[in-house]
Design a protein around this ligand. Structure first.
Ligand code: GLC
Length: 738
């Protein structure tokens, strides 16, 4: 009799759970109800994530996914692409698990899904938050149409060392710009309704301090103070969480000796207690297992214990949490409340995504076909790509004059549809990308002489002769040099910032032909222009512009679009200066005006300043800044915001856009303060001859930092503001905070 009753209950309860979970119940109520009926093993199954065999982004843990999903031992997969495939995995999970729990299906949608947008470092150079948000919404719609419901983005790691290949994936060196871009990307991915079929869960990464890897070497250790962590590396994460990011990814690196995946300061104290984060934390690939390799855990069970205790909720690919948490809970080593918190946060995401109401909402083959690579998506990719181009030098050769009747197009990036997509190009396909060669030949039929000239690797110069001949036969040379898609991004650190292979030699060869040269730098990081720059009459940085690289670059070259990009990262003269960034400390011996005294902070063989500064970018028109005025020179701690107004004029002959930047210096603090910090920016259109006032407001909260006593706040004292179009802006004014 008892057995029969238990059997009936085991059938009825799940239905009851589902019934209770539908209707008007809140997500929290539905989660609580479900957890109350789940076993410890079923809860622990939610903590495990594995990669499908479609793509791997790290060492694989061999495990049979199907049987383990049927046993409820897997809560999420990554790298499943395609509506049909996602439906297959969802059906398996939903039909075989007692409570029909769907899977989170994650993927690296870093700068587009099938329509590839410029790499994140490039789109950050647009300083155009609306278009960045729009691009991520398109990426989310495309990814969601194929069954994905989660992206491992935005990557918000502050990077001040371009030797680190992952500088390509973020928004550069600055916490203020990085925070603004992080918010825009989260809004784009998640929209206002996670259950909508064109939004996906964001996952802000890599928490935290990953961009500070020593020597720019990927996966290496970091050595930063908690103050630098909080002042520089954490703000974009906090911004993303405040924008509602539903998940966060713990980084590979250790911080002050504790690996991020087991770091309670990060995952508990800061993320949950200080920031009130309610989402869940997923490890990066295999990092729980790597706790042993760090020398931080004796075995996988110890690693699982330390990571789970610290606040890690989901284990990507290490097969550790799902395996050991049940016995740790049963042994009383870890309270079941911790398991409920972790599994509950993951289940809450699934409820918010609407997966319990309709697990197949994201697996619609018809919508997939109708959504991917639409003309509107391609237009948006082209528009953002041209707005991401940064013009570093122009002696008047751009925009191309009508007198240019023949063009030599040379270089390994000129006609390589895969390289232009950049790192992490998801499901972008080379055959769907439009190269610069294709676009230029369409724009100038019969007038383009193409010669690749060389590759980005090796020492083969056999192509030089054809390139030289093309230059000699043309009025002007366009040299598309840079990096392949796999020379930046993950696991792509370099000890040099030079052009790789024989590219610089090719440029010299072209220069010998005596024709004007437009140098295009198509790369995932700043490259040294110390030598190349002198050989070029113009330097334009399209970075890796994505699917629509060709049309976007041609729009800029012809002047159809007046370039408006500004550097999101300092551009070093050479790798020897690295790390180099504008918001540096003054030191006790800064560079003096008169340099006859040699005892000051400098190099014997290089400048202290970058070749091109953070925030720098030229236009085909010119802009002027004047009439800087403050509505008061005393900002009260409890008073109204300080209003800062500047007059900006387009003093040239072309309509254009300017990025008006506001920097602040805190002259004296309880700790030393940077010589400048970006505290505001506005990208504004200005017609030729037009001028307008641009106004910023500053509050004491904008001046807050982590003080000597490790409290966060502003300090009364003297400040300076600087306004202009790069971090060297000279138009200045002073105010006091009282
Ligand atoms: C990789 C990357 C991370 C990515 C993850 C899944 O190793 O570090 O950024 O999201 O694995 O592909």
């Amino acid at each position: 009799m008892l057995r029969r009753l238990l059997l009936v209950l085991s059938l009825v309860l799940p239905l009851a759970a589902r019934a209770a979970s539908a209707g008007s119940a809140s997500v929290d109520e539905r989660v609580r109800d479900l957890l109350a009926h789940m076993t410890i093993e079923e809860k622990a199954g939610q903590l495990a994530q594995f990669s499908s065999w479609g793509e791997l982004t790290g060492p694989a843990a061999n495990t049979p996914l199907g049987p383990r999903i049927e046993k409820g031992e897997i809560g999420s997969l990554l790298n499943v692409t395609g509506a049909a495939a996602s439906r297959k995995w969802q059906e398996l999970a939903v039909t075989s698990s007692r409570f029909h729990i769907p899977l989170l299906l994650g993927y690296d949608v870093i700068h587009g899904f099938r329509t590839v947008f410029p790499i994140p470092l490039a789109s950050a150079a647009s300083w155009d938050l609306d278009r960045i948000e729009h691009a991520e919404h398109i990426a989310a719609a495309e990814a969601a149409s194929t069954g994905l419901n989660w992206t491992f983005a935005p990557m918000v790691d502050i990077a001040r060392d371009p030797r680190w290949g992952r500088v390509a994936e973020g928004a550069g060196e600055d916490p203020f710009l990085g925070s603004a871009v992080a918010r825009a990307r989260v809004r784009g991915f998640q929209g206002s309704d996670l259950a909508a079929p064109d939004t996906i869960l964001a996952c802000v990464k890599h928490f935290a301090g990953y961009g500070a890897v020593q020597a720019g070497r990927d996966y290496f250790t970091t050595d930063i103070t908690e103050r630098v962590l909080r002042d520089v590396y954490l703000p974009p994460f906090h911004a993303a969480i405040e924008a509602g990011a539903g998940s966060i990814m713990a980084a590979f690196n250790d911080l002050d000796g504790t690996p991020a995946s087991a770091n309670a300061l990060l995952l508990d104290r800061i993320l949950r207690r200080e920031w009130g984060f309610k989402g869940f934390v997923v490890s990066d690939w295999g990092t729980v297992r790597e706790l042993m390799i760090h020398g931080y855990a004796t075995d996988l069970k110890d690693a699982a214990t330390k990571a789970f205790r610290a606040g890690l909720d989901m284990d990507m690919q290490a097969d550790a949490l799902g395996k050991y948490v049940p016995e740790l809970v049963r042994a009383g080593v870890i309270p079941e409340s911790r398991l409920d918190a972790a599994a509950g946060a993951i289940l809450a995401a699934k409820f918010r995504l609407g997966l319990f109401d309709d697990p197949y909402r994201y697996s619609d083959e018809a919508r997939e076909k109708a959504t991917l690579l639409t003309p509107a998506h391609l237009d948006a990719a082209r528009d953002l790509a041209r707005r991401s181009c940064v013009l570093l030098k122009n002696n008047g050769v751009l925009p191309l004059a009508a007198t240019v009747k023949s063009i030599a197009l040379v270089g390994p990036l000129a006609d390589n549809p895969r390289m232009q997509l950049g790192a992490w190009h998801a499901q972008g396909r080379a055959e769907e990308a439009v190269t610069l060669r294709a676009a230029l030949e369409k724009q100038f039929p019969g007038a383009v002489h193409f010669a690749a000239g060389c590759d980005v690797r090796g020492d083969d110069t056999s192509g030089f002769a054809a390139a030289r001949a093309a230059a000699q036969a043309s009025d002007l040379v366009i040299a598309a040099l840079g990096e392949a898609d796999d020379q930046s991004g993950e696991s792509s650190s370099r000890t040099s910032l030079d052009f790789t292979g024989p590219q610089l030699a090719l440029l010299r060869e072209l220069h010998a032909a005596g024709k004007p040269i437009v140098l295009l730098v198509m790369a995932g990081r700043p490259l040294s222009l110390e030598q190349a720059g002198e050989l070029a009459d113009a330097i334009l940085v399209p970075w890796h512009p994505g699917t629509m690289a060709g049309p976007a670059i041609v729009d800029v070259l012809t002047g159809a679009y007046n370039p408006s990009g500004h550097l999101p990262i300092s551009w070093p003269h050479s790798v020897g200066q690295v790390p180099i960034f504008y918001a540096h400390k003054n030191s006790g011996r800064p560079e003096p005006q008169n340099k006859n005294d040699r005892f000051y902070s400098h190099y014997l063989d290089a400048a202290n300043t970058p070749q091109y500064s953070f925030g720098y970018g030229l236009s085909y028109t010119t802009f002027a800044f004047d009439d800087l005025r403050l509505d008061t020179n005393v900002l009260k701690t409890a008073g109204t915001p300080l209003k800062i107004t500047v007059r900006v004029a387009n003093t040239g002959q072309r309509d254009g856009e300017e990025v008006v930047q506001l920097y602040v210096r805190d002259l004296v603090g309880s700790v030393t303060r940077p010589v400048r910090e970006l505290k505001g920016f506005q990208k504004i259109p200005l017609a030729a001859g037009e001028s307008r006032d641009v106004t910023f407001s500053l509050t004491p909260a904008d001046l807050a930092f982590w003080r000597a006593d490790m409290t966060f706040g502003a300090e009364p004292g003297d400040f300076e503001v600087f306004v202009g179009d790069n971090s060297d802006a000279e138009l200045a004014a002073k105010f006091k905070l009282e």
